[in-house]
Ligand binder design. Structure first.
Ligand code: T1G
Length: 701
């Protein structure tokens, strides 16, 4: 078995160990054994003077097999990376594609590391709530120094080969497209007789730079981003251990910490999120192998905040895009905003000026529909008015080439009604971006009843191409994301009617892990959007629970930051939220008018009122088959609403705090107290009774 996953061959005096475990050469059971065997065989083969470790299919190794964490794993007589390091014949790691986690740790066990220029390396374990547990925290600081090692291990970022070479993580780079095996064998011959063999365990100088100040500064630097998390701090401590102890003691310490971290809720949640994002790509009702439409260029209708941001997504992905506005004035204004967005990134240092110019040049402003007729995909991104959208789709139907993807960025409107404005509803789908579109990763792909499998699969593929996390939904008011969020948005305001304050609610959610509190988010997005949505839902549903405090605040002209006040008050040029006396007065008047006694509302009640209301709605969405699976709900909440990733997502978190039974019991008691809006969904009741957990819940009753 392990021989199939790892092949041995000889080229002249060089033994070659090839890892071949599709799709990413993960270190699944059999692979570590195969590598260990290869080192032993070639060390016992007299004709072999040097060894190359390489991956098949243009990839090195993606790291440990994440599916096996939290489970019993075979214990090897020796870890392959240690055997590589102790080999009596020099070993060269030949890296193409990626060498990540345990993959790069194998390369650190080797004595030399060479790579193609388009490869990338890294130790991303912290993104899974782990630490590099295969020697990375002890070897990397010895190779490149603790400061640079800290940055890479605590961020988990992938490092492009040229940068990795500059950091000292690689010994040599070959041009992309080179014959890596041939180059690596040639390189191995050139170092075969060099002595002493450069083993990282013998490098003592770099770790002397590990001062207490360095580690304290790192702990301060990550404090906000790493709130409520353990792994980032363990990663810092691991590098500190590397600077203070013998490597074998450090390796043992590291291994113990890995076994601890892999059983934390934080790591379980992050590993779940990793797979949930990939599971979301799977469309049960679209046949595997459905052709993907070409996406070599694009068009966006509308160059407002959303349209401009969407255009940037294409430009950032290297795809030329035309942006169409009705008037030259609107176009100029929109393009100026796009340029300003790019200039902000350049000022922040996250984008090079020359790259900004290249991206900006990919966006071509146009004012005529004929100018976009030959584009492969067009995304309508004008304001949320059905008549305007239908008028645009009628025009698109008239001018766009046959087979073009006709997508709408609508956040809630009926995609079937939009498609009915065309003669090709099979080519229409929703591509719902979240604001700011060039930043937020979620792409909600909305299937119309006549959307073809091809358009749905192509829109999902579009999401991946432009670096988004796509997830699909059926058609309903608000689709999956906003419909599941709507009860949360209501409940937070209703809590004010009972005595909570916007600042208390926001603090609860920020302490839970959100980057911003929901009231502050409302002020940022604009309270006019919520007002329109509530009016639409109230018109459609006589039982809709209105929010008089929110409506009055809007009707008084308080739209949030854009008017200097909303739920909070803002000083000019300062986004810091301050309590808003008008809101306090509205709450007071509401409670007096309705004879409501203010009561002490606990933080726990606030958290569960907001999140359980959305769990219940998500169960209805699953029951109706609007969502394929509960983990898609989690992808929407992680990437669309900033739900803290180390809690896995709305449904995964609900499992952690008791699952369907706990949620059903709590919601049932609120149903007694508050009436219809808290009626538990049938689907939730069945989950509670069947003992199923949320994260495994699928569409249908
Ligand atoms: N384990 C198991 N499955 C994996 C995997 C892994 N490490 N990486 C990818 N897959 C699956 C993935 O679920 C998908 O499956 C398929 O491979 C293609 O993945 C001891 C503790 C390598 C950059 O964190 O970042 O080593 O959906 O769609 O876009 O110190 O996969 O097809 O069924 O993502 O080309 C550290 C995780 C592990 C790297 C490729 N390593 N992987 O991206 O393909 S912990 C990582 C990735 C560790 C040691 C520690 C990406 C990729 P399916 P994909 P891609």
């Amino acid at each position: 078995m392990s021989q199939d996953l790892v092949r041995l061959s000889i080229s002249g005096a060089v033994g070659i160990i090839t890892v071949d475990n599709p799709p990413v050469n993960a270190l699944s059971p059999g692979v570590p054994e195969g590598i260990l065997n290869g080192v032993q065989v070639f060390n016992a083969t007299d004709d072999v003077k040097a060894i190359v470790l390489i991956g098949a299919n243009g990839k090195f190794i993606a790291g440990a097999d994440i599916r096996f964490f939290g489970k019993e794993r075979a214990k090897l007589p020796m870890r392959p990376q240690d055997a590589l390091e102790q080999s009596n014949k020099p070993v060269v790691a030949a890296i193409s594609g990626f060498a990540l986690g345990g993959g790069y740790e194998m390369a650190l066990g080797c004595h030399y590391r060479v790579a193609l220029s388009n490869a990338r390396v890294g130790l991303p374990e912290v993104t899974l709530g782990l630490l590099p547990g295969g020697g990375g925290t002890q070897r990397l600081p010895r190779l490149i120094g603790p400061a640079k090692a800290l940055d890479l291990i605590v961020s988990g970022r992938h490092v492009p080969a040229p940068e990795a070479y500059g950091l000292g993580m690689l010994n040599k780079i070959f041009p992309a497209g080179s014959d890596l095996q041939a180059e690596a064998v040639h390189y191995a011959n050139s170092i075969a007789d060099l002595r002493p063999i450069p083993r990282i365990r013998n490098m003592k100088d770099e770790v002397k730079k590990g001062t207490p100040e360095l580690f304290e500064a790192k702990r301060k630097e990550i404090a906000r981003r790493a709130r409520n998390q353990e792994a980032p701090y363990v990663c810092i401590e691991a590098v500190e251990v590397a600077c203070k102890t013998q490597i074998d003691d450090g390796l043992k310490w590291e291994g113990d910490k890995l076994r601890y971290l892999e059983n934390t809720d934080e790591s379980r949640a992050l590993r779940y999120a990793f797979f949930a994002e990939r599971e979301a790509q799977k469309l049960p009702d679209v046949p595997k192998g459905t052709p993907i439409k070409p996406i070599t260029n694009a068009a966006v209708i509308g160059c407002g905040t959303m349209g401009g941001g969407i255009a940037m997504c294409f430009a950032d992905a290297g795809i030329p895009v035309k942006v169409l506005e009705a008037s030259q004035e609107a176009l100029d204004k929109g393009m100026a905003k796009v340029r300003a967005n790019y200039e902000t990134s350049v000022k922040r240092g996250s984008l090079a000026a020359d790259e900004m110019e290249r991206r900006f040049a990919r966006i071509e402003p146009v004012t005529e529909y004929d100018a976009i007729a030959q584009q492969d995909v067009v995304i309508e991104a004008v304001f949320e008015n059905m008549d305007v959208k239908k008028e645009i789709f009628t025009k698109l139907d008239a001018v766009m080439k046959p087979g073009a993807m006709l997508l709408s960025n609508t956040s809630a409107l009926d995609i079937d009604e939009i498609a009915s404005a065309t003669k090709r509803p099979q080519d229409v789908a929703g591509a719902h971006f979240f604001s700011p579109a060039n930043v937020m990763k979620l792409l909600e792909v909305v299937k119309g009843k006549e959307s073809s499998g091809e358009i749905v699969a192509s829109t999902m593929a579009l999401g991946k191409i432009i670096g988004k996390a796509p997830a699909a939904t059926g058609n309903c008011d608000g689709f999956l994301a906003n419909r599941s969020r709507a009860p949360f948005n209501s409940e937070m305001v209703i809590l004010l009617e009972e005595g909570a304050t916007p600042q208390q609610v926001d603090k609860v959610m920020v302490d839970f892990g959100y980057p911003m509190g929901p009231f502050a988010v409302g002020d940022l997005a604009g309270l006019d959007i919520g007002y329109a949505g509530r009016a639409r839902r109230a018109a459609a549903d006589p039982n809709y629970r209105t929010l008089p405090i929110a409506d009055k605040l809007y009707e008084m002209g308080h739209y949030g930051q854009k008017t200097g006040a909303g739920w909070f008050k803002y000083e000019p040029g300062d986004r810091t939220p301050h309590p808003h006396d008008v809101v306090d007065q509205l709450i007071k008047e509401h409670m007096e008018a309705n004879n409501i006694e203010s009561r002490e509302i606990t933080d726990d009640e606030i958290l569960k009122r907001l999140l359980f209301s959305s769990v219940n709605e998500a169960c209805k969405i699953l029951e109706e088959g609007i969502a394929y699976r509960a983990s898609d709900v989690d992808i929407m909440w992680l990437y669309g609403f900033g739900f803290p990733r180390y809690r896995g997502g709305l449904m995964f978190w609900a499992d952690l705090i008791g699952g369907p039974q706990e949620v059903y019991s709590q919601i049932s008691s609120w149903h007694q107290r508050y009436g219809e809006r808290w009626r538990p969904s049938e689907y939730l009741r069945k989950l509670a009774e069947s003992g199923t957990i949320f994260k495994d819940a699928k569409a249908g009753s």
